[in-house]
Write a protein of this length. Sequence first.
Length: 258
Amino acid sequence: MFKIIFIGSGCWQGIPAPFGEDTISRNVEWGSKDFRFRTSLYIETEKGEKILVEVTPDIRLQSWKFKLEKPDSILISHWHWDHLFGLLDLDWFAEKNAMTVYGNKVTKKWYTQRMEHIGIDFHIFDSYESFEIDNVKITPITVSHVEETHGFLFEDKPSGKKFVYLSDLYALPPETVEYISGVDAITVDATYIEADVNDDETHLKKDQIKPFLESLNAREIILTNIGSYHGLTHDELERRFPQCTISYDGMERKFSLS
Ligand SMILES: [Zn+2]
């Protein structure tokens, strides 16, 4: 069994965006489903292991809002600051708590160059090479975004239930498509969903999202990494994408035998 809490569901800027002039950023209220920390997950296993997926610059408030306990492990998908640079806020915390971080070799390079003073135990992972935490088998999978970007396939070993966390992406390589076919739930990058932003080649664009969703074979498709560029509320997104779950901060999912 493992349980996931979405402790952030927003894109790289979060919602509200800094000095944001879009209607969502201007009108959003603290605690509403349109308020989104940067996308990240908090996972609890059967024996109580705590896994943080991504360390965003919002980690201080996320840990307070969701009453999080110290994570035993941290998984980082790639080296972009909105996934990694929350570590800078954990300097004092890291001195008192042994922290194990799993990331790829480019993320390790960024960590070493910019924040090695934070004492963590950094494990470098490779694509498709699984490791286990408690009863959860974790497989880093390659996604197309920037140099060395990964998502994670989580499998509850007793039940065989599978959850895939896809980080920022504009496409998936064929090997990854094979790995993630038929899973129970999968997240999808909705940074530019319904938004006319065409100068960023690293995320799915508006006209690419629907074909991408249709190409996935999963019981539940969860949109996350949600931006505010579209000017649509959470409820409006739910109406436009009835085939998907629109994630929100605090949403939970459990993967177990029952
Ligand atoms: Zn990124």
